[in-house]
Write a protein that binds this ligand. Structure first.
Ligand SMILES: Cc1ncc(COP(=O)(O)O)c(CN[C@@H](CS)C(=O)O)c1O
Length: 399
């Protein structure tokens, strides 16, 4: 049996998505910007895909949805163009974000600091999220943008985006949310939540890798990151990736239709897996289940190095991660666990398990069995665990 539990890194393309993409490789393959029939033939399908994204986000016709190559591009676009529009060519000099954003936000903010921008990286609480009042306390009249992720890729914890959006609106500060781990996993209703910009990525909800989008409220001005073509109303130049855009439209429709039912099914499997793993002594899971995306577990297993655990799981045909795939090359401690106050040793023990709607009960059963035997094996040879006196009664539970 092979079990894929790294869906926060990327998901399998839904077969229905693959099917709708097929015609646009060698049948309807004209450049959508060409005026002849080979080009215009794709237009109805592009319009449908855009409508599917608007519907999924409950976006209004006044808003813009611009397709990009990925969420990394969407995040770079917002941060670098707000810098250009509001700081280089404006009176602002400050951006607020959090310590636990995805590297595509953090690395861009560090580059902006090298350009002279003041960046505030807000700390997270013991649940791994920033609190709305903390954001409010750092906003000044020089703040150009607040950028806070909707849900954490590492922990699944959901941030108070609605409250932060209301604060930014009241203060007249632009608000960006990296919603990559929220769209398609939990309800995202842009009539209910105020954001100026929102990033998303199709391969997180069973669409193809290599296509994402940026939502722009009220079609407000934002200097393009790419120039040189009239695509997307001159907002993002480059020949449209028709099959991938059509695939993204189908994927977001499948992911958001009956989302409550889908969430309940995934949550039940996740909770059963989490309950079983917490029976192991000296383990804890980051964050409360109630405020977490239904598919994610970040579990710490004292005395078991994360990389060693991944290797053992991989030998058992189980795919998981120690955290963000973008940081999987380095053997650093999990940054989010450090941010919530875990000690360095504990922060090296984090394992991220992320399910999808395709995860089966049999796969959960297999994972529970293999995970427990792997922990027993690795703890038996772990020097650090041997030094740690067993907690009375083998404490376990949420952090
Ligand atoms: C919150 C968040 N924001 C941006 C990205 C980047 O999405 P792209 O479409 O791949 O560019 C990701 C992708 N996080 C994966 C790969 S690093 C993870 O293992 O956590 C994300 O989770």
């Amino acid at each position: 049996m092979q079990v894929y539990l790294d869906n926060n890194a990327t998901t399998m393309c839904d077969p229905q998505v693959v099917e709708v993409m097929q015609p646009f490789f060698s049948e309807i393959y004209g450049n959508p910007n060409s005026l002849h029939k080979f080009g215009t033939a794709s237009h109805p399908y592009l319009r449908k895909a855009i409508d599917q994204v608007y519907t999924a986000l409950n976006a209004s016709d006044n808003d813009d949805i611009v397709f990009t190559s990925c969420a990394t591009e969407s995040n770079n676009w917002v941060l670098k163009s707000i810098y250009f529009d509001k700081i280089v060519n404006g009176e602002k000099d400050h951006i607020i974000t959090t310590e636990v954003e995805h590297p595509s936000v953090l690395a861009t903010c560090r580059w902006l600091e090298e350009q002279g921008v003041k960046v505030t990286y807000l700390p997270v609480n013991e649940e791994g999220i920033v609190e709305a009042h903390t954001v409010k306390s750092f906003i000044t009249d020089k703040t150009a943008l607040v950028s806070v992720m909707w849900a954490s890729n590492e922990t699944g914890m959901i941030f108070p985006i609605k409250e932060i959006g209301e604060i930014c609106k009241e203060k007249g500060v632009l608000f960006h949310s990296d919603a990559v781990q929220a769209v398609g996993k939990i309800p995202v209703d842009l009539q209910d939540v105020h954001v100026d910009f929102l990033s998303m990525s199709a391969h997180k909800f069973h669409g193809p890798k290599g296509v994402g989008a940026l939502y722009i409220k009220d079609s407000q001005p934002l200097t393009p990151l790419f120039h040189g073509g009239e695509q997307m109303g001159h907002r993002r130049s480059g020949t449209l990736n028709v099959p991938y855009i059509v695939g993204m439209g189908k994927a977001i429709e499948l992911a958001t239709t009956n989302i409550e039912e889908t969430m309940a099914s995934i949550r039940a499997k996740r909770d059963r897996l989490e309950d079983a793993l917490l029976e192991l002594s000296d383990t804890f899971v980051v964050g409360s289940r109630e405020n977490r995306t239904p598919n994610t577990i970040l579990i710490s297993i004292r005395g078991v190095e994360g990389e060693g655990m991944l290797w053992d799981l991989n030998n058992g045909q189980i795919g998981a991660s120690t955290g963000s795939a973008c940081a999987s090359e380095d053997l650093e401690a999990n940054s989010v666990m450090l941010a919530i106050g875990a000690d360095n040793e504990l922060a090296h023990t984090g394992i991220r398990l992320s399910l999808s709607r395709f995860t089966t009960d049999e796969e959960i059963d297999y994972t529970i069995e293999h995970f427990k035997s792997a922990v027993a094996r690795l703890r038996a040879i772990s020097s650090s665990f041997a030094k740690v006196a067993p907690t009375p009664g083998g404490e376990a539970g949420e952090c």
